[in-house]
Design a protein around this ligand. Structure first.
Ligand code: SF4
Length: 326
């Protein structure tokens, strides 16, 4: 295995959207993830972050580009290798209720993946279910219950136990807290952090909640209309956002301290998000960007390293004119 557990190279996922129309949900995204790290993926709804996560775990086949898992092209995996990838790469869904079969007990739901990937006796499975329930903060009694008997937070804990049951290496956490009460959200995020430390897991954490992403992530990628517009370490992105879109997102995060909240300058975005169906040429953010110049309507900016390990897709960011305009 090379340096990365997961890599996406120029990843594209398009959907047909009527006659001669193409919805470019993910359009040329590059991602590299090291084992044990958490990459947060943020952006407004419809920016392609969920489609990106689902394509990385092969719930969707990529339209073009490559996904490598432990150095192997996942589109070429077959038989045992594909089964191994299905075990190693799991997903935790946004809506824990919709993702749990209402006719199955919690024990059966957690055991489902184990039946496919491991040869275990009934006793071993029962012990493992109990152990997993304990790991996610539920007692063994829950194995005999059904999803409708559980609260939203408990159901998401079951969703996490189900993903962990097959001993994965990489988990896409697809908006895992957005359907939960605010009081429960931090508990689930802290549980994910604890499990990651214990089990050496690698996470792609998808969310529109920038505060939670800051809490859990080592690095953060910002998506806008199918493209990655900024990618940096957690601290660099939150303390020193460079792309105009990221600056607007970060400025909208409420501060816990009232004095800081009052003194904060908000960057208001003008205009609407364009449609991902036949998106405009050039930079997709140009209709809302106060720094836009002629070139922005002509060429799509590439993601470039503007500062060490800080990547930005913008024709203007970092150049003299932009610095002066700030
Ligand atoms: Fe704004 Fe142009 Fe940069 Fe796009 S490329 S973010 S339009 S300055």
């Amino acid at each position: 295995m090379g340096e990365y557990i997961v890599e996406a190279k120029n990843l594209c996922k398009y959907f047909k959207a009527g006659k001669n129309q193409v919805l470019k949900a993910v359009d040329g995204v590059n991602i590299q993830m090291k084992k044990g790290e958490t990459l947060g993926l943020v952006g407004e709804s419809g920016c392609g972050k969920t489609t990106c996560g689902r394509t990385l775990v092969k719930l969707y086949d990529a339209t073009s580009g490559t996904v490598l898992f432990e150095g192997k092209d996942v589109s070429k995996l077959k038989g045992k290798e594909l089964l191994g990838f299905r075990k190693d790469a799991q997903i935790i869904f946004q809506d824990p209720y919709a993702s749990l079969d209402p006719r199955m007990t919690i024990g059966e739901i957690i055991t489902e993946g184990m039946n496919v990937h491991f040869h275990m006796s009934e006793k071993e499975k029962e012990e493992r279910v109990n152990d997993l329930l304990h790991k996610v903060g539920l007692n063994a009694e829950y194995a005999n219950r059904f999803a409708h008997e559980l609260s939203g937070g408990q159901r998401q804990r079951v969703g996490i136990a189900r993903a962990l049951a097959v001993e994965p290496k990489f988990i896409v956490c697809d908006e895992p807290i957005s359907a939960l009460d605010v009081s429960i959200q931090a508990q689930i995020v802290n549980l994910l952090i604890k499990l990651q430390r214990e089990m050496g897991l690698t996470y792609l954490f998808i969310s529109h909640d920038l505060s939670m992403v800051k809490h859990i992530s080592d690095r953060v990628g910002v998506m806008y209309l199918g493209s990655m517009v900024e990618l940096a370490s957690n601290h660099a992105l939150y303390d020193h956002p460079i792309h105009p879109y990221t600056q607007a997102l970060i400025s909208a995060i409420p501060e816990a301290d009232l004095d800081e909240e009052e003194g904060k300058t908000r960057v208001h975005l003008e205009g609407e998000v364009p449609s991902p169906i036949n998106p405009p040429a050039g930079c997709r953010f140009k209709g809302r960007c106060k720094y836009a110049k002629e070139i922005c309507g002509l060429e799509m900016p590439e993601l470039k390293e503007i500062e060490p390990n800080h990547f930005v897709a913008c024709h203007m960011c970092g150049n003299k004119e932009w610095q002066e305009a700030k």
